[in-house]
Design a protein. Structure first.
Length: 334
């Protein structure tokens, strides 16, 4: 199961306590060492979209505490820093300050919680008027922050459409994905990602097209009312925000193409009007299930809705190759 939203508490390590200690014998005097610094917490981006699953049980995460100081002015060891991997596209909201941290690049490594300073040992408090200080400082607590963490997928292209529009099957044919498919609504309960396949499994028909590495997301099917939470609702819509190009799948089996199209567009607009400004290509899927005359009529209907319409069947190699070429050509302009 993909966890794409979670509330967590992160805390830097507690600083180690300073030590109260004295040299033995004639050389008696304070020699208590300082405590070590608490560990910091960093976050770093990863391509693993299941990265937030690590918080399914552990909602509070703390870096290692600093060690206490020792005698003979020995400093306590610093606590180890902690690095948390979160999926690329994650947004981390500080519930108290409202600050938002976005992981938009794989190179991102961000300090999110500082560890506390170690306390000073009694050696640091010696003076001419206090030759035997009997106290030392406790370490300071690390920075503690309460976050809401939200994953918004970063993909170049997003397959959208009503349930059973053929999105998952198409993703499997185009990419290295292995998305679950079935003849019932909501087969896809969470987003699937795939990298565009560039070579035909038959070496004699293999071709190579520029643009390798384009990521396609198969996003859970929408139904009417999704923007208000019906069906998979917001779980689907929030993942469209960072997708560059929408591939709007409409099944050739549909008896009302215009209605199917308008349902999806309405939900996009109600969730965020900016989604309506994204470039879109309509894919008429499952074209192998209708005859040529029906296909021509349905293409005419869709052409009235958008100038960019492609007919697709996962059983038609040429149609898949044409779609790949269109996608990879678009990728050059992203």
């Amino acid at each position: 199961m993909l966890i794409d939203e979670v509330d967590i508490i992160l805390s830097g390590g507690h600083g180690g306590a300073g030590r109260v200690s004295f040299l033995p014998g004639k050389r008696s005097g304070p020699d208590g060492g300082d405590g070590g610094r608490g560990g910091d917490i960093y976050i770093r981006a990863t391509t693993d979209i299941y990265g937030l699953n690590q918080f399914s049980k552990a909602k509070v995460v703390e870096a290692e505490n600093g060690k206490s100081g020792g005698g003979a002015r020995k400093f306590g060891e610093d606590g180890k820093d902690l690095e948390l991997l979160m999926p690329l596209g994650t947004e981390i909201l500080d519930k108290e300050t409202g600050d938002v941290i976005s992981l938009d690049n794989l190179e991102d490594r961000i300090l999110i919680c500082k560890g506390g300073l170690g306390g000073r040992g009694n050696f640091e408090f010696r003076s001419s008027v206090n030759t035997t200080p009997m106290y030392a400082q406790s370490g300071l607590p690390g920075q503690k922050r309460n976050f809401k963490v939200l994953l918004k997928l970063i993909a170049d292209f997003g397959l959208i459409g009503l349930p059973n529009a053929g999105k998952s099957s198409l993703l499997n044919e185009l990419t290295n994905a292995n998305a679950k498919i079935g003849e019932y609504q909501f087969t896809t309960l969470e987003p699937n990602l795939g990298v565009l396949t560039l070579r035909h499994p038959d070496p004699e028909r293999a071709t190579r097209v520029e643009g390798e590495g384009s990521i396609i997301a198969d996003l859970p099917g929408l139904i009417e009312g999704a923007a208000s939470g019906k069906g998979l609702g917001i779980k689907f819509l929030k993942h469209i925000e960072k997708v560059e190009l929408l591939l709007h799948c409409i099944s050739a089996e549909s008896e009302n193409l215009k209605t199917d199209y308008q349902i999806i567009r309405k939900e996009l607009g109600e969730f965020d009007k900016k989604l309506l400004d994204k470039k879109e290509i309509i894919l008429l899927t499952k074209t192998d299930l209708i005859d040529k005359k029906q296909l021509e009529n349905k293409i005419k209907i869709l052409k009235k809705l958008s100038k960019d319409v492609l007919e697709i069947s996962i059983h038609d190699w040429d149609s898949l190759e044409k779609l790949k070429s269109v996608i990879l050509n678009e990728a050059k302009n992203l």
